[in-house]
Design a protein around this ligand. Structure first.
Ligand code: NAD
Length: 548
């Protein structure tokens, strides 16, 4: 049985998903004290929370059996993602459930702002009948800038286009093709884009990069008389600068649902009396619709169950990708990248401080890019796989796709990824490891052949072809007669059978690289003897086990 603990009130629709599963033992325990929480989590396999349950290192440590935790919502501020990843706990959220709710609230705020609906209502409710005081502006014909063309930004763009607005977007992480599909003009420079917009609406997450994205300088860059909407996250807008711009008339209006610190303190600059005519404030209700609450609970609960049962789970935020959802041909490169990382680790003599991954060929072009979660990883699945392979050499097979990027960060390994057109092969993955002591990096490249077979095709600039399977003896030697025979004799004497042999030379170097595919194993004394041979610069044995 799978024990699932629900610690906060979530929609019945979500609980039903758990109740209907015969393999689930459900415990709904809300309002737990910290001591109670630490006791309750001890033997649960899965947890469903909202924002009120801290999953910090102490709680994660107490939850020895925990394998997955889902947040019925989007924000993960209460969950220590890095610690959960280190412990191999899959963290899930439900970012898609409230997309339409947040979109519609943005529209409500935008329309209310330009027509001063709340102010007009307050005036009427206080007994006034002042029609001329509420002269508004129309959206039709105005220029809208969407900052962040993700799920909500795209939906807002579609609705605003239907309102007759001319829509542009600033989002350095989306492709031109996506902007074209959304029918919006993609802007490259935020300040320039702000200077052209009549209405600016924010739909980015709060990250180190986006905190204060609309600061005093950005507000100054806005057109005089522009309107600002923030239904995304508090902290994106400098609230004091925004209030000042409303006061001076530089901004005509602001509609805000989220605050830098919630609930906002009474002295929050946006609550100042003298700007009441120009602001519309709501208490972070963007996702508050019955439909959204029920959708996020169902998504969180069904994803949790999928994860606990080892099935693909599309909303895991600390799994950099869902392996099963990658197309067959792409998955072969994933395994290859992992083997290349593992191989490179054998060749490097010092811990690496930098890993460079070059993805060459059409398979890796952004248009064909497989789904890749942005938070908190920015690398392609292939890079993460290469990293995992590299770390598995020193940390064993328990390094997973979740913990590999965290481990690399802990070890101070800088990761660089580039994508280019085809190299020697149509699609090719190249890994380069750098360490402080070595002048040159260690590079390994591989490809998948037309028949779908993995091949290592280059080591340290030497073109060589071998299959990364079973036991492979790799060595570099002085390129002179008799060396290969000597290696063969030594192995033969130890009863080691060579299944395949490949040699790579580099013009003018006087050196070569050899790869021998061995039937079973190379005994350690033989390897030691080879390493001592005057003609060999280095020799390593790599065992590509079945599970690699
Ligand atoms: P999303 O991940 O689908 O889209 C975010 C977009 O922002 C992505 O396209 C990303 O490329 C872009 N982005 C990231 N950094 C950027 C930068 N520096 N400059 C420009 N663009 C950048 O997210 P979403 O589901 O559309 O949600 C958008 C925001 O709305 C989030 O902050 C989310 O938390 C918030 N939200 C608020 C409510 C609410 O109650 N008010 C409800 C739901 C979502």
């Amino acid at each position: 049985m799978l024990k699932v603990l629900v610690t906060e009130k979530i929609s019945e629709a979500g609980l039903d998903v758990l109740r209907q599963d015969p393999e689930v033992q459900l415990f709904v325990k809300t309002g737990l004290s910290r001591e109670e929480l630490l006791a309750e989590v001890r033997d649960v396999d899965g947890m469903i929370t909202r924002s009120g349950t801290p999953l910090d290192p102490e709680v994660l440590d107490a939850a020895k059996r925990l394998r997955a935790a889902a947040r019925a919502g989007v924000g993960l501020d209460n969950i220590d993602l890095a610690e959960a990843s280190r412990k191999g706990v899959v963290v899930i959220n439900a970012p898609t459930g409230n997309t339409l709710a947040a979109t519609e609230h943005t529209m409500a705020m935008m329309l209310s702002m330009v027509r001063k609906v709340p102010q007009a209502f307050q005036s009427l409710a206080s007994g006034e009948w002042k029609r001329s005081r509420f002269l508004g502006r129309q959206l039709s014909g105005k220029r809208l800038l969407v900052v962040g063309l993700g799920r909500i930004g795209t939906q807002v763009a579609a609705r605003c286009r239907a309102f007759g607005m001319e829509v542009s977007a600033y989002d350095p992480y989306v492709s031109q093709a996506k902007a074209d599909r959304a029918g919006v003009r993609l802007m490259e420079d935020l300040k320039g884009a702000l200077s052209l917009a009549d209405v600016v609406t924010l739909h980015v997450p709060l990250t180190a990069e986006t905190r204060g994205i609309i600061d005093g300088e950005a507000i100054k860059a806005c057109r005089p008389g522009a309107y600002l909407v923030n239904c995304a996250r508090g902290g994106l807008v400098d609230e004091a600068a925004c209030a000042e711009a409303l006061r001076s008339g530089h901004l005509a209006g602001a509609a805000i649902d989220v605050y830098d610190g919630e609930p906002p303190r009474p002295d929050n600059p946006l609550l100042a009396d003298d700007i009441r005519e120009k602001v519309i404030l709501t208490p972070h209700i963007g996702a508050n619709t019955e439909e959204a609450q029920s959708a996020v609970a169902v998504i969180a609960c069904s994803n949790l169950l999928a994860s606990l049962k080892g099935k693909p789970c599309e909303n895991a935020v600390n799994l950099p990708f869902v392996e099963q959802s990658l197309p067959e041909g792409t998955r072969a490169f994933l395994s290859l990248a992992r083997k290349l990382g593992y191989l490179a680790a054998h060749l490097s003599r010092e811990p690496a401080t930098q890993l460079k991954v070059s993805l060459r060929g059409p398979l890796f072009s952004p248009a064909e890019e497989p789904v890749c979660f942005e938070i908190p990883y920015h690398f392609s699945p292939f890079t993460v796989a290469g990293l995992k392979g590299y770390l598995e050499y020193s940390h064993g097979p328990e390094v997973n796709y979740m913990s590999a990027p965290m481990l690399a960060e802990d070890k101070g390994i800088r990761i660089e990824e580039s994508r280019t057109g085809p190299g020697t092969w149509r699609n090719q993955v190249e890994l380069e490891l750098f360490s402080p002591g070595s002048r040159e990096g260690i590079s390994v490249s591989g490809t998948i052949t037309e028949e779908g077979r993995q091949r290592v095709v280059n080591i340290g600039g030497y073109w060589i072809e071998f299959i990364p399977e079973g036991t492979v003896l790799l060595f570099s030697n002085h390129d002179r007669p008799g060396v290969i025979g000597k290696v063969g004799t030594l192995l033969g004497r130890a009863g080691t059978n060579i299944a395949n042999f490949a040699l790579g030379r580099r013009n003018g170097s006087g050196l070569a690289v050899g790869a021998l595919q061995i039937d079973d194993d190379v005994p350690m004394p033989v390897l030691e003897e080879l390493k001592k041979d005057v003609d060999l610069l280095w020799a390593v044995k790599v065992r590509f086990t079945e599970d690699l």
